[in-house]
Design a protein around this ligand. Sequence first.
Ligand SMILES: Nc1ncnc2c1ncn2[C@@H]1O[C@H](COP(=O)(O)OP(=O)(O)O)[C@@H](O)[C@H]1O
Ligand SMILES: [Mg+2]
Length: 887
Amino acid sequence: MKYILYFNEINKEKQSLAGGKGVNLGELFNNKFIVPEGFCVTTEAYDLLVENEALKEMIENLNTLDYKNTELITEAGKNIRNIITEAEVSEAVKIAVYGAWNNLGANYSYAVRSSGTAEDLKEISFAGQQDTFLNIRGYENIVEAVQKCWASLFSDRAIIYRNKNGFDNTKVKLAVIVQKMIGSEYSGIMFTADPISGNRKITDIDAGYGLGEALVSGLITPDFYQIYNSKIINKKIARKEKGIFPDNEGGVIEVEIVEEYMEKQVLSDEQILKLTAAGLKIQETFGCPQDIEWGFYQGKFHILQSRPVTSLFPIPKSHDNQKHIFYSFGHIQRMTEAMKPLALSVFETTRIFDKFGAADSVSIQTEAGGRIYIDLGYFLHIPKIRENISDIIQYADVDGANIAEELAERESEFASDEEFTKKAEKFLAPVFWKTGLNLHVWNVKRLRARGEKFFRNEALKWENDINSYKGIEKIKRIRWYIGGMFNFLFSKAVEFPASAVISQVKIKKMCMECFSTEETEELLTQLNMSVENDIAGDMMMEIYDMADMARGSKELKEFMKNTTNETFWNDLENLKTNLEFTLEMKKFIAKYGIRCAGEIDISVKRWKEAPAEILPLIMDYIRISSMNEHREKFKKGLQTAKEAEDKIVSGIKGKLGNSKARKAAKFIKIYRTMAGFRKSPKYFMVKFLDIARTAVLDEADVLVEAGVINNREDIFYFSFDEVIEILEGVYNKDINKILEKRKRDFEFYKKMTPPRIMTSDGEILTDKTGNNSTPEGALIGMAASAGVKEGTANVILELSDADLKEGEILVTSCTDPAWTPLFTKASAVVTETGGMMMHSSVTARECGIPAAAGVKDAVKKIKTGDRIRVNGTEGYVEILEAYKEEI
Ligand SMILES: Nc1ncnc2c1ncn2[C@@H]1O[C@H](COP(=O)(O)OP(=O)(O)O)[C@@H](O)[C@H]1O
Ligand SMILES: [Mg+2]
């Protein structure tokens, strides 16, 4: 039996004996990083303690408790903790600890730190779940602290956490580290990859005075530094009013910082860079980005802990070792949620460039974290695309446009493929050619009619063809269509929306010769108002019409609040006084029922299946607008667009002459007539996905009947190819096992915020123009967990008063691990104190909810019931609407 291990005896193989923290400290120590000396009380010592039959039974019993039943858990936890802290530690363990302690030095003071052993839970850091005791002197006190560490394995929150996540309480074990204390002058955290954006090229450092405890506990907002390429690119110096220091009597005390130091930069620039270099070395040692705890003592940086950064968005897979740059397909589609395997396979099957043979040498689409990424690098090498990259991105994803310039500049960094470039150019040439022709048609109305007919007829053709197949053959046929879908859309359908896009580019060019940049931007915005025959716009109009019908009706408001997807049609039929609304709703579903939020994901329920999902849109509109406002706005927009048109044409006439003005008028006409097609290719795809979804679910029902799967929706966890194999009975993996793993993966990915643009070495490109800066009036803090969320604020000052409803935004001054359960209900978090490593920041990242930290006076400025929007990526909060009592 090994009850203690010195740091120099610990390596990776000792995980089950020394726990995660212990192993990493051993590895650091043995790789010659500066680590205070120490030893580890192994899990075998812990095992000896729980040999006790009664205790064993009590721990086993924990597994039967419902995590929601906090009363029972508190009671059971307390009993177990009491037994552990009061138990007599066995002689053998005592002797081993005594020897090691005496060996290191009986006169030193020590940190006694918990080191957990949850091996297969790499995604979870168990932040602050177990206790740590600092500045402990004397052998007896050390043993007592070790017992307290063991006991903390059964804190209420630890048990709740395990039961909620289905971890066996009898399987967890704890090692305890006993390590020499250093009297840190400054301490902090360092992330060698920015955990908020996921950028692996940026190092983040938090720094405060004294021991790191002050940062972890959220007692202070630390300084924050960011480093990119050995340069400090961001410094936020916080006001640090307090620090935690070792107490002469043992233990630690809170100390007021001297005024002149409060707003001083804790680390000098030189120290920051030195620490960063050490961090990158540690990252190299462990082979992945690290989350490091450090202390500065007697002129040196000491490393107190290192572990992998959790919840970093995975890097999209590349097919070779060259550098690639990936653009998120979800950002283009405005649907950044994680998708299930079947949905992903829809896009992986649409091998757009297969046709020109590039698929063998390069792969254009790839997957990461349940999202699809497109290898943009290959496109950047196509001159026609590179030269117009700004307009293309502007069209595809407005918010990404500010990155266009950097992309074009960095083109040469990324993998290219001559074959691909050549073939892509060949493929694109006719598209450009056809689009060019469209700009010269004399009858624009006829062009529109041709477009409308095209989309209508093709959709029908596909549908009829698919429906002439049955069973597995139908699924195969669908897969065949998917394979060619993007190719089809690009070569046949894009000419219609592209006519509008290219016209706009031409108008812009002419405007830039006659107006200032700002004027041009404004004129183009105005020209884009109230586009007619726009599928998306028309649909919103009808939703707003329903909002107007419901506006004055108590009965309808009640209906919208209380109905569910299951009872929707029944409840609707039972409405007494709102026949008009009922009819409109039926009409709406008949027309748009194949749509829904996240509609590019085949696994998402369509509105016709989940009609209640439309209601929040209606209710939102009632709240933010007045009767008939949308129709008025549309009318006004028409007029504004007309005025912009006149202004553009006469401006061009004055400056560039008559013939240019006539040209401009023509382009404007094409733009206004064809802009409605911008959403048509997507809508075409949505129609097709509906057919595919129905067919897949029909087959899933057959599989459920045959007992192959339990639930029809389980089918979405398999790719198209796998579905076909399952249907044919040749799928040779364990369906239930695969299903279970994929469900877990999906839940994990769901919580992540995907970056828009990412390189294959983990750099994330962001807008550096500052054009997306903080909105006016926002409460400014720091980014702590990525994402943006809107919701109702609930200001909670004391945990004991917490009454947080599902989906509300938690606003508080600071949290500790006891608050963790609230994070599973909250949709976002705002705290007054800041820091990357504070409990609330870490937990928000783990739960995948946005968090803004260090928001000064948040609990005063935000009131319970206010509607707020939290931007956790940028670190600010907007109050959208102050709470008012409903009348
Ligand atoms: N040997 C030590 N000397 C000085 N400070 C320490 C030492 N060990 C830990 N600390 C401080 O205590 C903090 C918390 O300890 P740790 O055991 O890492 O707990 P947790 O698991 O909650 O992060 C660390 O971040 C560090 O600042
Ligand atoms: Mg720690």
